[in-house]
Write a protein that binds this ligand. Structure first.
Ligand SMILES: [Zn+2]
Length: 248
């Protein structure tokens, strides 16, 4: 069930029996020679909609732009400053709290969002904690990467072993190929496996360390058939995560 495709009457009806909502969040940033710039938000949205369809959970519109300052050395990347993303997450959650939502599961596609979105959640809790004595809030926010479940983890190891990597991963490129087969790209990878990360700073530093944008990955291994299997695994994992969180 998607918020964007619902009426306000339907949302009011949903709130009679459920207080949970899924918020897909990703980024708009380079993903190496064959990965789409939308990979992170497309994958998070694809998995979120799959979870919503399977268990009837409401899915909010995707937050498509994240904290990607380190990718700004590559054409097409777009970033929010951390302070902007904190404000966006805070306003989205606060708007939905106003209507009665209490459980916010952010299904994330981008590791670079974690620190900032966690800070946004702490701002929300701080506002509650610093209100008058005896006032408490039932609001709970959680963020999880779509790949962070036991089925996805095992499948990525089976398909790609050590060369799944940590940016422009073979898994995330496969998943986007399953979602958008009309946009599959082919490219030579040189070197075949990208350098691993020992950390990075600003975007110029990132580009110097990782010239084609990848970190530790070989996404020439990606296929839409792999993507179909990764999708099934990720949706099953995230269904479990949502159910446990909504009941907590
Ligand atoms: Zn990504």
């Amino acid at each position: 069930m998607q918020l964007a495709l619902s009426t306000w009457h339907e949302v009011e009806e949903y709130l009679r029996t459920s207080r949970g909502i899924i918020v897909p969040i990703g980024s708009t940033e380079q993903h190496g020679p064959n990965g789409l710039i939308g990979t992170d938000h497309l994958d998070a949205e694809f998995v979120s909609k799959g979870v919503g369809d399977e268990i009837g959970a409401l899915v909010a519109p995707t937050l498509t732009i994240g904290m990607s300052q380190h990718h700004m050395g590559f054409a097409g990347s777009v970033t929010l400053r951390p302070s902007t993303l904190i404000a966006v997450v805070g306003d989205v959650v606060t708007s939905l709290i106003k209507h009665g939502f209490e459980r916010f599961l952010f299904i994330n596609g981008h590791g670079g969002n974690i620190a900032t979105v966690t800070a946004a959640f702490d701002e929300i809790y701080a506002a509650s904690s610093m209100r008058g004595p005896g006032e408490s809030s039932p609001v709970r926010c959680k963020m999880v990467g779509w790949w962070q479940g036991p089925r996805s983890d095992a499948l990525a190891k089976e398909l790609y072993g050590d060369v799944n990597g940590s940016h422009a991963t073979a898994s995330e490129v496969s998943l986007s190929q399953h979602y958008h087969p009309e946009a599959i790209k082919h490219a030579q990878m040189s070197p075949k496996v990208a350098p691993k990360s020992a950390g990075f700073f600003d975007c110029a530093d990132y580009r110097r360390r990782f010239p084609d944008g990848r970190i530790g990955s070989d996404p020439s291994l990606s296929t839409p058939e792999h993507g179909a299997r990764i999708y099934q695994a990720a949706v099953a994992d995230m269904v479990d995560t949502y159910r446990a969180f909504a009941a907590d």
